[in-house]
Design a protein around this ligand. Structure first.
Ligand SMILES: Cc1ncc(COP(=O)(O)O)c(C=O)c1O
Length: 388
């Protein structure tokens, strides 16, 4: 057992964040104040969009985005099966139906070719997830969406600052959604943001996040309590100022590891190909375990842990294998599958998308966070190369 232990992710926060939060606490102004507005403006500027609306999680951001687009019972939304569950639960919150498209074997993001095969007369939207800091093929996805009159909601929960052909993700689709959960590129503890160039798609989330209220008493629509508080926004402003530095460090650390490891040609892993069109921000520094050579990701994770290197290993299974999808049971009364007549009820049980089946459980993420130094990186590299 190693005495050294390198964590895979750490939130990088300190005195500056503490001061910003203290200032809010002492002001006594916790909700719907100046800090949220400032954070929204600064974040919109950073992403390169006209507007942004802050909410209290990435899941809330996804839910509100779908609600604003009027997606509801019987509508189909095309999603990737390699992502965090809330990309899909948000679809269920609107009583809509997630339809899975396979992913690309190198970017791990939704495949435009496979999206085309999943479109039906009920399809209303696509949610490309920019997984692990990479970007989906947005040009082709927007072209498909235009052709079929579909909305595109970019799930950027793992891609703050990632660029696709020089544009930041979250500025390309109709709407972008972000999470500021503790382990993300930047954090507000919990938090989320919706970005858009369409004023209406930001005006409405501001109403929906606040119980649907348009004044003290009148509720314009069904709403939720999804507001971001002032403490979170104050922390977000400090973190946003550091985001480019954090990303530079993540990129530098990841490229060092991937380049050095790539030279060694090990039998137990392969390095996914990186696209020149994409400014990857490496939420993960990914290696693919070569199971066809007899290696097991579970074994790799355990062995690296024994050597003092914590790694990520997600997502274990394509999301269509989760219980609520296999049993068609997100709600007890059979909705959303029985909500409308003549629905195409997806056969999640026999779904088998080859790329995601091959990748799920076999991608590991090496530590690459901004707090690592050169010695840590070399330690990680030796641990990885000395494994078998
Ligand atoms: C791809 C993806 N989408 C959505 C979310 C949801 O964000 P939150 O945890 O802030 O609700 C996450 C969070 O982990 C995520 O990774």
């Amino acid at each position: 057992m190693s005495t050294r232990f390198i964590k895979v992710a750490v939130p990088v926060t300190g005195e500056e964040e503490a001061r910003a939060i203290k200032e809010v606490v002492l002001s006594g102004n916790f909700i719907s104040g100046r800090k949220v507005k400032e954070f929204e403006e600064a974040f919109a500027d950073y992403i390169g969009v006209e507007n942004a609306a802050a909410v209290n999680s990435g899941t809330a951001a996804l839910h509100v985005a779908l609600a604003v687009m009027g997606i509801g019972p019987g509508d189909e939304v095309i999603v990737p099966p390699l992502t965090f569950m809330s990309t899909i639960t948000a679809v269920f919150y609107q009583n809509a139906i997630p339809v899975f498209a396979d992913v690309d074997e190198d970017s791990f993001c939704i495949s435009p070719e496979d999206i085309k095969k999943r479109i039906t007369t009920r399809t209303r939207a696509i949610i490309p997830v920019h997984l692990y800091g990479n970007s989906a093929e947005m040009d082709e996805i927007m072209r498909i969406a235009d052709e079929h009159n579909l909305y595109v909601i970019e799930d950027c929960a793992q891609a703050h600052g990632t660029e696709y052909k020089g544009k930041k993700v979250g500025s390309i689709g109709h709407v972008g959604v972000f999470s500021f959960f503790a382990t993300k590129h930047m954090t507000t503890g919990e938090g989320g943001m919706i970005t858009s160039n369409n004023e209406e798609w930001i005006r409405k989330p501001r109403i929906i996040r606040n119980h649907g209220l348009i004044n003290r008493d009148d509720h314009e629509c069904l709403g939720y309590n999804y507001r971001m508080n002032e403490m979170a926004a104050a922390m977000g402003l400090v973190q946003l100022n550091k985001l480019d530095y954090f990303n530079e460090q993540r990129i530098k650390n990841s490229l060092f590891l991937l380049k050095e490891l790539g030279r060694k040609n090990s039998k137990w892993f392969r390095i996914p190909e990186l696209s020149k069109d994409i400014g990857h921000t490496f939420f993960w520094c990914p290696l693919i375990v070569n199971t066809e050579n007899g290696f097991s990701a579970k074994d790799v994770v355990e062995k690296l842990k024994e050597r003092g290197v914590e790694v990520r290993q997600r997502y274990q299974e394509p999301l269509y294998k989760q219980k609520v999808l296999q049993e068609l049971s997100p709600y007890p009364n059979g909705c959303p599958f029985t909500c409308q007549p003549e629905l195409n009820i997806p056969d999640y049980k026999s779904l088998n998308l080859p790329n995601v089946e091959a990748l799920a459980g076999n991608i590991i993420g090496l530590p690459n966070h901004p707090e690592l130094n050169q010695e840590d990186l070399e330690y990680i590299m030796e641990a990885v190369l000395g494994l078998y």
